[in-house]
Design a protein around this ligand. Structure first.
Ligand code: HEM
Length: 383
């Protein structure tokens, strides 16, 4: 995956002979160009949410949602975001055909996410059955999906078909393709769903912020077709809220291999070792973010949008997260659609703000502490 390719032996333009991993990064970026019609992820999101975000369908979600009275839904917000994003992103990457092969794939994914922190500690299979069992089920399912004739699994975003074609072209097995796609799906999903949860939580605890976002996004919903670009590009308060969530609720790290002995601050990093660089302290640096760096304050990005350059949630350098625009699009559309469609309020106004769990390692966005999920009531605005 990481060795250089022959520039002329690729199906897509690859003039500098990037590795498959490099091409996969570029495909993600290309997919998200607004002018790129085959990669119009936003339209898929919207079509998906049109179906999912109705009282009748929310009531069918199961554990995280229940119907209260005729019109209201009571929701466990964290649990619901997890499930919704798992379904939505699976729909993007694998289309409905994965559900035909493995109807419970989303349930299995959620089981895997819950125990997947073990992967970061390289826990061996014998000690990590709770993680390995669902993982194996998932790899089996996606391998079967790749086994289908291409014609039968074309209902995906352009990225998947492009990367599949390149991997097949160099003889990567269907099982290895499944592992590669699932790794991306894992990071994409867990991080984006936590991001959505933290964004909605802040909005629910701040009525003024909620009202301001609602006023701001109303024009995006003015016509029959949702104006996605308006949500990403012309909704500064929602954008600033997302940026502030990335700043305060991420626990990202970059991992690097030491290529030669290197002395930093009097310490020698030995060639061949791997180093992990967690960024948790940087977003709270007062010299960059101001004396209120420990507070959640959307105003800082509104007053100074250039501050976003200092967000380290997506890591940096050559391996900086290629999904950063994808996650912003998914999260901003989902948050906007939830706020626009439903009047959302805390079930019990005295619920405390959910607590972050800094004890469990994560790939990017922080989890909540067990049993601190928010209980939220939703009433449709257009009854
Ligand atoms: C809020 C959401 C997300 C956060 C906080 C996040 C965070 C990160 C971080 C910290 C890295 C490592 C960067 C480094 O090495 O310095 C990374 C890498 C990566 N992320 Fe994300 N991510 C998010 C969403 C996504 C999404 C939606 C996708 C896919 C669409 C994705 C795909 C990837 C991939 C493929 C890599 C590996 C890049 C490489 O090694 O070249 N991520 N992400």
């Amino acid at each position: 995956m990481h060795s250089k390719s022959n520039p002329v032996d690729a199906l897509h333009p690859n003039p500098s002979g990037k590795s498959l991993a490099g091409m996969s990064r570029d495909f993600h970026i290309y997919q998200l160009y607004p002018s790129n019609k085959p990669g119009d992820i936003s339209r898929r999101f919207h079509a998906f949410l049109e179906v999912k975000l109705t009282v009748a369908n929310l009531a069918l979600v199961g554990q995280s949602c229940s119907r209260v009275g005729e019109h209201d839904i009571l929701m466990n917000l964290y649990r619901w975001s997890d499930k919704m994003l798992a379904e939505l992103i699976a729909d993007c990457y694998f289309g409905a055909s994965l559900r035909t092969i493995a109807p419970d794939s989303v349930k299995v994914c959620l089981e895997f996410w819950e125990h997947s922190w073990r992967a970061l500690f390289l826990v061996p299979e014998v000690l990590g059955k709770k993680m390995f069992q669902p993982l194996k089920q998932l790899v089996d399912a996606v391998e079967k999906w790749f086994d289908l004739p291409v014609e039968s699994h074309k209902d995906t975003v352009w990225y998947t078909t492009a990367v599949e074609a390149e991997m097949q072209h160099v003889g990567i097995s269907n099982r290895d393709m499944a592992i590669m796609l699932l790794t991306i799906y894992w990071g994409a999903n867990t991080n984006t769903s936590s991001g959505v949860f933290w964004t909605l939580s802040h909005v629910l605890f701040d009525a003024k912020l909620r009202d301001n976002i609602l006023t701001e996004i109303a024009l995006a919903f003015a016509n029959d077709n949702l104006d996605f670009e308006y949500i990403y590009e012309r909704s500064p308060i929602l954008r600033a809220t997302w940026n502030e969530v990335l700043r305060t609720a991420s626990y990202s790290s970059s991992v690097r291999l030491v290529m030669e002995d290197t002395v930093i601050g009097g310490k020698t990093l030995k060639k061949g070792n791997r180093i992990m660089m967690p960024y948790r302290q940087m977003p709270f640096d007062e010299s960059t973010f101001g004396t209120d760096a420990n507070e959640f304050n959307v105003e800082r990005f509104l007053k100074n949008p250039a501050l976003k350059r200092n967000i380290v949630a997506f890591g940096g350098g050559a391996t900086q997260c290629p999904g950063r625009h994808f996650s912003a699009q998914a999260a901003m559309v989902l948050v906007a659609e939830m706020l626009y469609r439903f009047e959302m309020r805390l079930e019990d106004q005295s619920q405390p703000f959910p607590q972050i769990d800094e004890t469990r390692p994560v790939l990017g966005m922080i989890d909540i502490k067990k049993d601190t999920d928010l209980r939220v009531l939703l009433t449709p605005r257009n009854l």
